[in-house]
Design a protein around this ligand. Sequence first.
Ligand code: GLA
Length: 689
Amino acid sequence: MRKILNGNQMVLGTCYYPEHWPEHLWEEDLRRMLACGIKVIRIAEFAWSKIEPTEGEFTYTFFDKFLELAEKVGMQVIFCTPTATPPAWLTEKYPEVLNANIDGVLYRHGARRHYNYNSPIYREKTRIIVEKSASHYASHPAVIGWQIDNEINCEKDVFYSESDSAAFRVFLREKYETLEKLNRAWGTNFWNQTYTDWEEIHVPRTTYSDSTNPHEVLDYTRFISASARGYVKLQSDIVRKYIKPGDFITTNGLFGNLDNHKMREESLDFMTYDSYPNFAYTKEDYERFSRTMQDRMWSKNLMEVRSTSPVFGIMEQQSGANGWNTRMAAPTPKPGQMTLWTMQSVAHGADFISFFRWRTCTMGTEIYWHGILDYSGRDNRRLQEVKDIYKKFQSIQQIAGSRYMAQVAVLKDYDNIWDAQLDVWHQDVEKVSQQSLFIAAQKSHTPMDYVYMDDEKTSTSLSDYTVVFYPHPTILSPDRVRMLEEYVAQGGTLVLGCRSGYKDMTGQCVMDRLPGLLQNLTAVDIPEYTRTCPGDEPVLIRWEDDLLKAEVFTDQLAAQGGREKTSRILGMYENCYFTGTPALISNSYGEGRVYYYGSVFTEQAAETFLRKLGVKKPYKELLELPEGCELAVREKDGKQYFFVLNYKKEPVQIHVRRRMKNLYDGIDLQGWMQMEAYGTLVLEYNRNM
Ligand code: GLA
């Protein structure tokens, strides 16, 4: 059985760097960790040179010694492959392993993640170090699992080395076979971009106004994702040969230009995530997040993690201030915030929480990225809070393996995410809708999931959801449309926003009536559309008693002729030159219903849909909470666990309407109660009682 994420236990861990500390501290550190309930550590993700100090010379004594000690004191270890930081001897001798900027200037030794995934030499060196490490350490009794590399695609998620161009050509040849097909897919007739030889193709290079052919960039992004996944698979295939039964393989974090879902399916037993909600209070990000929901925005990231692994781990949970010497400046978590952020992770499905890091580093770039302990290592307030978290964990052991429950989902897919990165029109609608749907659901205590679409998925992945939003599926394939049709036909409710269906998989616009492939399902026609301009009068949409303000974009709809039996116009534009034009049309299709809304989902529109479709506040009979609290629900064996999280710096009043058990102290409660500043609660509710 797995030692963590086994459905039976909630476990605490921390990140430890034996190579950063004098050996005489190791034992004391491990014993102190154990004394406060930390049972797992992660080690070695940046320590290549401790195993291969010079090319081809392997030595295992350093980590052998450490693992022996770990075993002696009873500490379990997640061992890492060290490929995020290639050694100086390697990059100096083989500069081709380095990543480059868009002009081909190499990123040199001295930071991290400076390699590229496609260099044949780096792949070979990776194969060797992973084989050596795994074959030596995987059988060690203290080792319980492996982390591949560290934060795949973090720091840089674009690659411009020579090896990347060479690999990009191979990727494209496999995909298109002929240059004719590639030229068609990339629309190279435009601006005379036609390729006549594969060697003329490169990863994107500096172009005027950064306006490289968008269809090419979309394929390039798919290529980066495939490269990263291939690189992780190369490693996990090796590690897999050596791990003990029950041991696991994971990696940490979710980053851009990477299909994290496919990576998980191909190579990992589960995903772990690095959760730093304090970014909401850093110098650079304060403005961005304070306008929204500050640290509560991290729940959006946790929803993403959950969509890859319903029960997951946190490899790095914030335990101190963040900061590099070069960037980022955030305060120390206030009393209670470490617990709040830990329980935020747990509420969304984390059964393993490992704090970053045990001791704060005294050297290098991350001297301000604080761990539990400060430089001196003395006992402090945050260590005390870890002890308290451990106590809480002991009281909630029974929730291990329970699943987050939601009846509303937002559909996503990588083609549209990547298209939105390079198409500012698409980006503008997507940004507003994604953020607003999340915030509206959060404020109204409506649990929500993300579900990722791909061509292999079937409608069963949606069948648990009463209502599914697919805000702006600009790019669509016939397979995805078939899946949506199936979901609706079987009784689901699908809500689509403006700009749906106007591109094909290459990112080119379709020469069809809009919404393209969705015409049949929606019974909608879109004869006209426009962006809204900052100086224009606000566009208003009337939907019964609700008057919605349309932002960013409007599709002017028409009901398709001949579909009157099933389709209904529900909303109209109230002003501008399209007064009286339909803005919302619903169509019943099989057992279900689809709504086409001609604009973006602002917070107001999102709230209106949740309310009118009857999925807002599903637990209002049980709990009444202020907007500033998050509600999450995990379920197991007929029992529901309600997580209430108070992100506010002041106490709040909540109303527990039905009798529930407070798991922290085992006492039943009902009625009004006060939650302290940054307070958390886990309430058990037995529906059958
Ligand atoms: C990441 C990394 C860690 C550390 C922290 C703080 O999440 O995985 O190695 O660098 O950030 O920067």
